[in-house]
Design a protein around this ligand. Structure first.
Ligand SMILES: *[C@@H]1O[C@H](CO)[C@@H](O)[C@H](O)[C@H]1NC(C)=O
Ligand SMILES: *[C@@H]1O[C@H](CO)[C@@H](O)[C@H](O)[C@H]1NC(C)=O
Ligand SMILES: *[C@@H]1O[C@H](CO)[C@@H](O)[C@H](O)[C@H]1NC(C)=O
Ligand SMILES: *[C@@H]1O[C@H](CO)[C@@H](O)[C@H](O)[C@H]1NC(C)=O
Length: 339
């Protein structure tokens, strides 16, 4: 009898069965479908998939204001002058880091969104070197997703505010856009996340973090920037990125007592450097962030497997560029079904 049970147990855990199970899942309602496995857990117990620079699927040709200055952007402008190439021809291939709207990303399974906001003097936009669409449009897409998917949870990190002479009023305006569109679903800040089932039952299915503590001081519906524990390799070399993330995952698994109100991010992203751009102009093979991202994305699954075989978690939020060409969802499903 014992051996029979052991055999069944082994069969249940077999990787091929997990893969077959994960192929049956529908990415737009995967949390709902996996509630029997994850409902009693907290967000910090699982790994959520998400997008880095989520909103940069469309960028305009308007440079974003950034008084702090971005040395990388300054380099691009210098390179453009040196090579006599229009600045936008250099920026755009390296600024687009996704190719689906936030609504479509949510349908694809993404549950975390890195939303960076710039103020042009009258409105708030997403940006990545250049401005993108109005923040209101991005959030309206996620609002539509929440309205049509009643058991899915989203995390939205609003950060990297860029503007010339940003005022308190401007920041309050951004907070108002968020509150107007999402307040009915906001899970207020707390010292201890409730379970996934509880978040869904209360219909408090959205965590929004806002990177200015003063602006949200009297708005407990919003979470501080410190909720997100960030890391990224800042390298365009895939082996360096993998070695960095190997350490991150090992360190994460060595933490004895994880915080109950914060989430660790793992960035499966390659970051172009000034040399990457120069090489692309001089005839190198990599001409865009999409091509760079694909090099990393191809390695994600094999990176994750040894950890998953040891029942180690990767992190709490796994973020990626060009998610639609990656296999992040099978990796996430394997992590969840494995446990
Ligand atoms: C996934 O679920 C959504 C929402 O229930 C549904 O509209 C869609 O048709 C499903 N897709 C597949 C491939 O079953
Ligand atoms: C985005 O998708 C469209 C349509 O599928 C495609 O034509 C375009 O090349 C894609 N752009 C990037 C940067 O991937
Ligand atoms: C900000 O962008 C909007 C939309 O493009 C435009 O109408 C407005 O004039 C811009 N504001 C400033 C101060 O440039
Ligand atoms: C920003 O503020 C500085 C100092 O007050 C001022 O000189 C500058 O004109 C302002 N810029 C804009 C775009 O308002």
């Amino acid at each position: 009898m014992f051996w029979l049970l052991l055999l069944i147990f082994k069969f249940i855990q077999s990787p091929s069965l997990i893969d077959a199970q994960s192929q049956q899942l529908n990415t737009s309602i995967w949390m709902e479908q996996l509630l029997p496995q994850i409902g009693h857990l907290h967000l910090y117990d699982i790994t959520l998939p998400g997008t880095h620079d989520a909103a940069s699927f469309i960028i305009t040709s308007a440079l974003s204001p950034d008084p702090a200055g971005d040395p990388f952007l300054d380099d691009i402008i210098k390179i453009a002058e040196q090579f006599g190439i229009p600045v936008q021809d250099i920026i755009i291939p390296w600024a687009e880091s996704q190719n689906r709207t936030l609504f479509e990303q949510a349908l694809d399974g993404m549950r975390y969104f890195d939303l960076r906001a710039a103020y042009n003097g009258s409105d708030w936009f997403s940006y990545h070197f250049d401005l993108g669409l109005p923040i209101i449009k991005h959030l309206a897409g996620l609002q539509k997703f929440l309205q049509t998917h009643s058991s899915e949870i989203l995390i939205i990190e609003v950060s990297h505010f860029a503007a010339t002479n940003l005022t308190k009023d401007d920041l309050n305006g951004l907070r108002k856009i968020i509150m107007d569109l999402l307040s009915q679903w906001l899970y207020p800040r707390s010292d201890n996340f409730i379970t996934i089932n509880e978040m869904i039952e209360k219909n408090q299915r959205v965590i929004v973090t806002f990177s200015d503590d003063e602006t949200i001081e009297n708005f407990p519906q919003l979470w501080p920037a410190s909720t997100m524990i960030n890391s990224y390799a800042n390298s365009d070399k895939v082996d360096q990125m993998i070695a960095y993330n190997q350490k991150q995952v090992e360190n994460f698994n060595a933490i004895l007592s994880l915080p109950k109100n914060a989430l660790y991010k793992l960035s499966w992203t390659l970051t172009p450097q000034t040399s990457t751009i120069i090489e692309s102009i001089l005839g190198g093979k990599i001409k865009s962030l999409k091509e760079l991202a694909n090099i990393g994305n191809l390695r994600l699954s094999s990176f994750a497997r040894p950890f998953q075989a040891k029942r180690m978690k990767l992190c709490q939020i796994l973020l990626i560029d060009f998610q639609e060409t990656s296999n992040i969802m099978p990796v996430i499903f394997r992590s969840i079904l494995n446990n």
